[in-house]
Design a protein around this ligand. Structure first.
Ligand SMILES: Cc1ncc(COP(=O)(O)O)c(C=O)c1O
Length: 462
């Protein structure tokens, strides 16, 4: 019988995360202070993050030990299974071999607990009592709520309003784990009130919700902020997934020619891809593709520039691909991909031509999700459907070229709490959102006065 799933034993769980920073061909440009424009030091970040995470953010150590208590709790859902998508391959009549890593088996249903768990742990041992955060689709908020519950921490979540309305069950999951969740922009923070004064009907965005959560953290007692993507320490924690994949691909006797992940802030994509990026830097030939929505084309149409991580300009400036901190993407259903920026590590690897980016329109992603559900069975998160759409494009290309490629992708989460999105698609209510160049230019005007990274390229890169 053909082997369908490659499952590691608990003993085979990786005990270290992989930090790509010492292996990057071009070192990252430093984050800059939002007020002074000077590089930020650990002390500047200490009102927001606990020190162990700040040190991981800048660490040059290639492998970082995972604390025992985190390993024990990772075992709740890790190692996750790697699947061979035989039925999808057959349906597409492709000679390609397709593998997917099922990150939907975590209690919150996605890859997000891979970092929520260590973030809750490091906060706990640093004396934090309450963690504030933002959430788009609700996946990150629910992951952090779950992991705060494991460590007895309070959790406050600002959820992008459009998703809050589209996904009530995510809020109820957060509340079940003991967290408090409010729609953003809210009237609870100065940032939220400022946005609502200008745009009373604002659907919200991750940039706005981050402003609210950072403000709540720095003004609250014993409170810190946690980010579910973008930052170096988040990507570091997510590499546990790529490290497992490397062991599983070795058991399968294959090595990927193509590695694919959807990218909102870049964490699930990088978590799978970075250990393979290391191999690529060391000579392997791999096509590594991050996939984003055509309506929020940060990597494919945004310049590499310094920008704020949030809308209200409270966070440090990061050198990254960005559409401008005031950009509010169309209300597509992949809420977790509606972010104006991209992880600095992912952005730098794009600049160095080590990885590449593609954008896909919404309807194609849902069609891909339906195809996947009807072949492999699993119903994917709308974000994950972006990766599947790209996998299908690559598998069809392999068929046309007659090449037996090995495609590996990250199945970042299930869509069982996203059925309203599928209903909208199945009943023909969804559409694609074209994004005019002028709209991007308008949003980019806001970043024109900001400092420029060395590799800055003006204009858009499409
Ligand atoms: C299932 C799923 N996949 C992907 C993403 C995108 O985030 P990231 O790029 O950080 O992996 C999200 C974000 O909420 C998500 O919930």
């Amino acid at each position: 019988m053909k082997q369908r799933k490659i499952v590691l034993s608990e003993k085979e769980l990786p005990t270290q995360w992989y930090n790509i920073q010492p292996d990057l061909p071009t070192p990252l440009e430093p984050p800059l202070h939002p007020g002074t424009g000077n590089p930020v030091g650990p002390d500047d970040l200490s009102p927001i993050f606990p020190m162990p995470l700040i040190l991981q953010e800048v660490s040059q150590e290639r492998f970082i030990d995972i604390p025992e208590e985190v390993l024990e709790k990772y075992l709740i859902w890790r190692p996750t299974p790697l699947y061979r998508a035989y039925t999808l391959e057959k349906y597409l009549e492709t000679p390609a071999k397709i593998y997917f890593k099922n990150e939907g088996v975590s209690p919150a249903g996605s890859h997000k607990p891979n970092t929520a768990l260590p973030q809750a742990y490091y906060n706990k041992i640093s004396g934090t009592k309450r963690i504030c955060t933002e959430t788009g689709a609700g996946q990150w908020g629910s992951a952090l709520s779950f992991c705060c519950a494991l460590f007895g921490l309070e959790c406050k979540v600002y959820m992008v309003k459009i998703s809050y309305n589209q996904k009530p069950y995510r809020r109820i999951m957060m509340e079940t784990w003991g967290a408090t969740c409010v729609p953003s922009p809210s009237t609870e923070t100065e940032s939220g009130r400022m946005i609502l004064a200008g745009h009373p009907d604002s659907p919200g965005s991750l940039g706005i919700a981050i402003s609210e959560a950072v403000e709540a953290a720095v003004t609250g007692e014993n409170s810190k902020y946690a980010l579910g993507s973008v930052l170096n320490h988040v990507l570091l924690h997510q590499t546990i997934n790529g490290l497992e994949c490397q062991k599983q691909m070795a058991i399968a006797g294959d090595y990927p020619d193509v590695v694919i992940g959807c990218a909102g802030g870049g964490s699930n994509f990088a978590g799978m891809a970075l250990p393979f990026v290391r191999d690529k830097i060391n000579g392997k030939d791999i096509d590594i593709i991050g996939v984003e929505p055509a309506s929020c084309p940060t990597m494919t149409r945004g310049p590499f520039a310094y920008d704020f991580g949030d809308t209200v300009q409270k966070t440090p400036l990061l050198a990254m691909h960005t559409l401008g901190h005031s950009f509010v993407p169309a209300p597509i259903h992949a809420g977790g991909l509606r972010y104006h920026g991209m992880a600095p590590i992912v952005s730098q690897l794009i600049m160095d031509n080590i990885i590449r980016a593609e954008a896909v329109p919404q309807l194609e992603t849902f069609q891909a999700g339906i195809t996947f559900a009807r072949t492999e069975g699993f119903i994917s998160a709308p974000e994950t459907d972006h990766a599947i759409a790209m996998v299908i494009r690559e598998a069809v290309k392999a068929r046309e070229e007659g090449k037996e490629k090995v495609i590996l992708f990250n199945w970042s989460g299930h869509g069982l709490v996203d059925m309203a999105a599928y209903e909208a698609y199945l009943s023909g209510q969804l559409s694609d959102h074209a994004l005019p160049e002028e709209e991007i230019h308008r949003a980019l005007e806001d970043i024109a006065p900001l400092p420029k990274p060395k590799q800055y390229k003006p204009g858009t890169i499409s």
